[in-house]
Design a protein around this ligand. Structure first.
Ligand code: G6P
Ligand code: MG
Length: 218
């Protein structure tokens, strides 16, 4: 039986993946190299510091910790400018309806995001009241694919991992869900989310009935 749904934020509930991409791309270009959408797949779900390390590896640059801290801050300041203007129009298709369905059916709802900006985004889009628990980058010590963020979410809503379903657009997040012992639903393309138990283009394709049909165990 499904007792909790755990949601990644960026690229699952809200359309912020594009802002992360633009901000990283601008940083790469200011450092003198190109950063493609394919490169960006490697950054999805990954923490800010780890993302910067991947980006510098792509550009073939080696920098010291202080320089890296400055670049991470520069990227984040740009990102913050984008999310400051967000409103409910940037909630992704089907997200609100499914969150409401979970609430109506007594299914617990938790956030499991690597972002330290999650609260700003949830508040600006009006999503905060839908959550029974919010676990974000300010609560975790290990980044996805480590299962920590989802295990903390399950504990916060007091539900055993086997009754939890995770919704993720990042490969690292799908691996984290699997390691947590949870069912994973990939949001995006089956090519990039091979390890997911099921992949759909958006939450508009998901309902509690669809989950029950798809996963006999739940
Ligand atoms: C999410 C996004 C990543 C981002 C990470 C940290 O997982 O998918 O692209 O790097 O959060 O976000 P932050 O807002 O803390 O820089
Ligand atoms: Mg994501």
């Amino acid at each position: 039986q499904i007792k909790a749904c755990l949601f990644d934020l960026d690229g699952v509930l809200v359309d912020t993946a594009k802002y992360h991409y633009i901000a990283w791309k601008e940083l790469a270009e200011s450092l003198g190299f190109l950063f493609t959408e394919q490169d960006n797949e490697r950054l999805k779900g990954v923490s800010r510091v780890a993302s910067l390390n991947i980006l510098l590896e792509i550009g073939g640059l080696t920098l010291d910790e202080e320089e890296k801290a400055q670049l991470a801050e520069r990227k984040n300041n740009r990102y913050i400018e984008y999310i400051a203007k967000m409103d409910s129009s940037e909630i992704l298709p089907g997200a609100l309806k499914f969150l409401e369905e979970c609430r109506d059916q007594g299914i617990k709802v938790a956030l499991g995001s690597a972002s330290k900006n999650a609260m700003t985004i949830l508040n600006n889009t009006g999503l905060t009241p839908y959550f029974d628990a919010i676990i974000d980058g300010t609560h975790t010590s290990a980044a996805k694919p480590d299962p920590e963020v989802f295990l903390l979410g399950a504990t916060a809503v007091n539900i055993h991992p086997e009754h939890c379903v995770v919704f993720e657009d990042a490969e690292a997040g799908i691996i984290a869900a699997t390691r947590a012992g949870m069912i994973s639903v990939g949001i995006g393309s089956p090519q990039t989310l091979r390890a997911a138990n099921m992949v759909v283009p958006s939450l508009a394709h998901i309902s509690v009935a669809v989950l029950r049909e798809s996963f006999a165990v739940v």
